[in-house]
Design a protein around this ligand. Structure first.
Ligand code: SF4
Length: 331
């Protein structure tokens, strides 16, 4: 395959079709970084309002570094994966003094994995390295009509090498990487690719071999684990009792109402509501708040949080649902 021609077509197409996005205006590394971390959570449409809100609250990496963690978590609320927000905050304390330009140096910063480091170094600083996300895997698997088991390290490395080659060949890695991601997001989509509008259709081996619908290979979906959680909602004088629960496998490090948690193999017959967090399917069965609490080791005053400040301590939607269901119970 003539990679020079492929990258040429991609770059021309990108010039015309790139969506106007807030972090594409000046390629400020801080904004590129925040957008990349957010985009790992969810779709562009969902990310845009969160991005605007985050940047207006923390306009610079210094502002983020100096903010309270509770405000960072509150501003992140709704995006899930709170550990990522905590990592962003931790990393900002190093980046506020010096923002490295190469992916090798960025990898040294806590919270920067191989994907984020490459995305930031290539998009913000034009470093000639490839960026491999789900969109790029799809486009390259189809372009080369390859049955890569892309979730395996060895084959992932092959894809990375190809993406690196394309980035180097293009002489414009920033736009080349973004063109591949953009093509995957808007034209070479998972279920209905619009091959007639694709700038690289004449090179696409999957199109030629009529294997588009089978590329890339599908990874078996990770099964969710099921949990029965029996929190006790202790409310006194408009304050809710929350404490860290080291045995709870979700929302790690966050304060929660005390209660038993156990893994289960089938859906329980009785529960108040169900909630999913990443790969955890949680069946919530509230414990009667009047029962003497079996789980409170000692009631510390700092663990009684005023209801209007819960969001600052734990902004997750699980807590919101718990409190809403509590209102329902009281009626
Ligand atoms: Fe994807 Fe179709 Fe373009 Fe091939 S021709 S890269 S399948 S949109």
């Amino acid at each position: 395959m003539n990679t020079l021609k492929v990258t040429g077509e991609l770059l021309q197409w990108y010039k015309k079709h790139a969506r106007s996005l807030p972090w594409r205006k000046a390629y400020d590394p801080y904004k590129v970084w925040i957008s990349e971390v957010m985009l790992q959570q969810t779709t562009m449409k969902v990310v845009l309002p969160y991005f605007e809100r985050f940047i207006s609250t923390f306009p610079t990496v210094q502002a983020l570094a100096q903010a309270d963690e509770s405000l960072v978590l509150k501003t992140w609320a709704g995006l899930g994966y709170y550990s990522r927000a905590k990592n962003l905050h931790r990393a900002s304390k190093e980046l506020q003094h010096h923002f490295p330009q190469s992916h090798g140096e960025l990898l040294e910063i806590p919270g920067f994995g191989p994907y984020t480091a490459r995305a930031v170094s290539s998009i913000a600083f034009n470093e000639p390295v490839g960026v491999v996300d789900g969109n790029v895997i799809r486009v390259l698997s189809r372009l080369y009509d390859s049955d890569w088991e892309w979730w395996r390290t060895h084959e992932r490395n092959i894809i990375q090498t190809l993406a690196d080659e394309l980035a180097v060949t293009s002489k414009n890695p920033r736009d080349l990487n973004q063109s591949l991601m953009e093509l995957g997001a808007t034209v070479c989509t998972p279920t209905s690719p619009i091959c007639s509008e694709c700038p690289i259709q004449k090179f696409c081996l999957a199109k030629k071999n009529q294997t588009v619908s089978t590329r890339p290979l599908k990874k078996n979906k990770q099964l969710k684990s099921m949990w029965l959680w029996e929190p006790q909602i202790l409310i006194k004088k408009k304050k809710l009792y929350l404490e860290k629960q080291p045995k709870v496998p979700f929302l790690k490090g966050q304060a929660l109402p005390p209660g038993l948690i156990r893994r289960i193999s089938k859906k329980p017959s009785q529960f108040d509501f169900r909630h999913s967090i990443t790969t955890h399917e949680i069946f919530v069965r509230k414990k009667d708040p009047k029962c003497p609490s079996l789980y409170l080791s000692e009631s510390k005053i700092q663990n009684w949080i005023p209801l209007e400040k819960i969001e600052h301590v734990n902004p997750s939607s699980l807590i919101k649902k718990l409190l809403l269901s509590q209102k329902g119970t009281r009626k």
